[in-house]
Design a protein around this ligand. Structure first.
Ligand SMILES: NC(=O)c1ccc[n+]([C@@H]2O[C@H](COP(=O)([O-])OP(=O)(O)OC[C@H]3O[C@@H](n4cnc5c(N)ncnc54)[C@H](OP(=O)(O)O)[C@@H]3O)[C@@H](O)[C@H]2O)c1
Length: 277
């Protein structure tokens, strides 16, 4: 069953679980990135974090995977500094919007690449410049040559030997998602590119981490970044939610609400909700 991210209320805990109890409000990513589209989920407790009271269940459900990718890309691994120039490829999806928001908050100037029709959305999530992927190839266009300190690619399909041209000396390109053959080519070519150019061209492995989740959530609760949420759908409406996702029309996360008005009751036990479609 799909759905990697959940937010809800603990209904029951195993006899050896400490630190969580029925009624606790929690959110997080499910092990194996699956199973969230359900009234109840069973999950090891170590990936769940306590939901801050000021965070809605809807926002909490939209953070885990996208937020943790962005946290790794911008802070843990990418180490963006004020004044850096960043490019996010595939910035119109949930992960990309979070990367744009975090990079902006870290003080970077951000170029966001996606389909032309998403340009307004990209500016709304914080991009300084937008590039339409249908008409401009940032990897070869002279305007982008040796421009970026950090490139985060959520839809990688270019040869690793092309993408590094857009990096400044010492810059880093991280693949987060994309074609399997491109991920494998990036893994294989990265060390040689580093040796030849001094630039880092790598696959970014994003572990499922409660610490990362808590860290990125702090930026949401202090309003430094806002999760991009496209629509909140009731559980009965999941087929329509998937059609929207498959069409590419969504601008950010689609959240599915399993039991409106039930799990929101503070402290009251209820089903886990709402997973990401
Ligand atoms: N590395 C790790 O450890 C790790 C961990 C978890 C997840 N992931 C991966 O991270 C990615 C998450 O990304 P996401 O959820 O943000 O994906 P997403 O929602 O599918 O967003 C991708 C965006 O890129 C756009 N796009 C499509 N083709 C493009 C092109 N040629 N150039 C520029 N933009 C293009 C898409 O537009 P349309 O929708 O209109 O096509 C969409 O707006 C997934 O691939 C997932 O597998 C990686």
């Amino acid at each position: 069953m799909p759905g990697s991210d959940v937010a809800g209320v603990v209904a029951a805990v195993g006899s050896d679980v400490t630190g969580l109890a029925p009624g606790d409000e929690v959110y997080g990513e499910l092990a194996g990135y699956r199973g969230g589209l359900a009234e109840y989920v069973a999950t090891p407790p170590d990936l769940l974090a306590r939901k801050p009271a000021e965070l809605s269940f809807t926002d909490a459900a939209a953070i885990p995977q996208a937020g943790c990718i962005a946290w790794r890309a911008v802070h843990e691994t990418g180490k963006v500094r004020p004044g850096d120039k960043g490019l996010v490829n595939g910035a119109g999806g949930a992960g990309g919007a979070f990367v744009v928001g975090l990079a902006k908050h870290a003080g970077a100037e951000v170029t966001a690449v996606d389909r032309a029709e998403k340009a307004d959305h990209l500016r709304r999530v914080g991009a300084d410049r937008t590039v339409a992927c249908e008409t401009e190839d940032w990897a070869t266009h002279p305007d982008h040559r040796e421009r970026y300190d950090l490139i985060v690619d959520l839809v990688a399909r270019r040869s690793p030997y092309r993408v590094h041209r857009a990096l400044r000396p010492g810059g880093a390109y991280y693949v987060v998602g994309g074609l399997t053959r491109t991920l494998l080519a990036t893994l294989a070519a990265g060390p040689a590119i580093r040796w030849l150019t001094g630039k880092r061209v790598r696959v970014l492995v994003v572990p499922q981490s409660r610490d990362d989740l808590v860290a990125v959530t702090r930026l949401v609760t202090t309003s430094a970044v806002v999760p991009a949420i496209d629509h909140v759908h009731p559980f009965d409406d999941v087929p329509r939610a998937f059609r929207r996702l498959a069409s590419g029309a969504n601008r950010g996360k689609i959240v599915v609400e399993v039991a409106a008005g039930h799990a929101d009751r503070p402290g009251g036990p209820g089903p886990t909700r709402p997973p990401r479609a």
